[in-house]
Design a protein around this ligand. Structure first.
Ligand code: NAD
Length: 315
């Protein structure tokens, strides 16, 4: 398979490139190397990929690159580039969300309509649901995002559906639920927890800790992305990990696996949802998705990987 991965230097994108190359695919990675977090991390994510057979990289913004040329021979475009993060999406930060999540996706879809012989898989988000009407949440329930980030992810997902129905571009949007694992973005809770466990810094916990999340191991996510890429199914499907637990329980697990974390509790922030839980029946039926990594195993793998990284930084 010939694949294009947008957002290849990011957390999930770099794991996806690894997985596709392991499967024998040819991969062109694209990334603008935005400065949302430390660029050194993105360079570190890319470094091992550069040496791998079948991998090439194009540095640039989706709004400026010749996407028609880049997509011309692709069997699958995995569109992961975007502006993540719920809390910074309020206020002035919104412009970046609009540009990187909505406008960039429209450029990708226009190029796909013109030139893509294959399919387009879009990384959507559980944030589209907001405070969902029921748990576990099925795709048939009404999305009602509670953050500007969620609004932009939903808008991009609607654009994918629109290009699918209006022009026949075979698009699939996967609503990813709280992805974790090695190389997780430093603004995400698990990465911050592990960094706090390895230092004397406190971890800031929003709310009472009884909020739940359906955590999904990054290895399961990249398998789902490729399975969707190989399948002829199109549409919108949830990708959850079946690991729905409270943040208080995560703290307990981390205490067992690494070290106790000093916690500072502050009130919930606007845009934070109370619970998430994915009904994954559709993804299972459509392309055989089955999460394999439970939270203890996944968190242990992440702690081990971050320990190596943190001790290398300390040296
Ligand atoms: P990330 O920030 O690590 O990766 C995104 C990458 O996209 C970055 O390296 C950035 O430089 C690149 N990028 C942004 N705008 C670009 C543009 N216009 N042109 C080219 N490159 C651009 O984030 P991540 O956590 O790996 O998330 C990847 C995708 O998955 C995002 O679309 C995010 O919304 C979605 N998602 C993530 C999660 C999660 O839990 N991490 C959950 C649901 C959905």
């Amino acid at each position: 398979m010939r694949a294009v991965v947008t957002g290849a230097a990011g957390f999930i994108g770099s794991h996806l490139c690894d997985h596709l190359l392991d499967c024998g695919d040819e991969v062109t990675g694209i990334d603008a190397m935005t400065d949302y977090y430390d660029l050194a991390r993105k360079e570190a994510n890319l470094a091992p990929l550069h040496g791998r057979r079948g991998f090439s990289f194009r540095h640039g913004d989706l709004l400026a690159l010749p996407l028609v040329t880049l997509f011309a021979h692709a069997d699958v475009v995995y569109h992961l580039a975007g502006q993540p993060g719920v809390r910074p999406s309020w206020g002035h930060g919104f412009a970046a969300y609009l540009e990187r999540n909505v406008l960039a996706t429209q450029h990708v879809l226009e190029a796909a309509r013109t030139a893509l012989p294959g399919r387009l898989i879009y990384a959507s988000s559980s944030s589209v649901y907001g405070d969902a009407e029921a748990y576990p949440t099925a795709e048939s329930l009404r999305p009602q995002p509670v953050s500007p980030y969620g609004v932009t992810k939903l808008a991009a997902e609607h654009l994918c559906e629109l290009y699918r129905t209006a022009f026949g571009v075979p698009t699939t949007s996967l609503r990813l639920f709280s992805v974790y694992g090695p190389r997780q973005r430093p603004d995400m809770a698990f990465a911050q927890l592990i960094a706090a466990a390895a230092s004397d810094e406190a971890f800031t916990l929003f709310g009472d800790g009884e909020q739940t999340r359906d955590f999904t191991y990054v290895g399961d996510v990249v398998s789902a992305l490729r399975q969707a890429g190989l399948s002829s199914w199109t549409g919108v499907a949830n990708i959850g990990g079946g690991n729905r637990i409270t943040m208080n329980r995560v703290l307990g697990l981390l205490d067992e696996l690494a070290a106790p974390v000093r916690v500072v509790r502050i009130p919930d922030q606007s845009g934070d949802v109370r619970h998430t839980a994915a009904d994954i029946t559709l993804a299972r039926r459509a392309f055989g998705y089955q999460p394999r990594v439970d939270i203890r195993e996944g968190l242990r793998a992440m702690v081990e990987a971050e320990r190596v990284t943190l001790s290398a930084v300390a040296r």
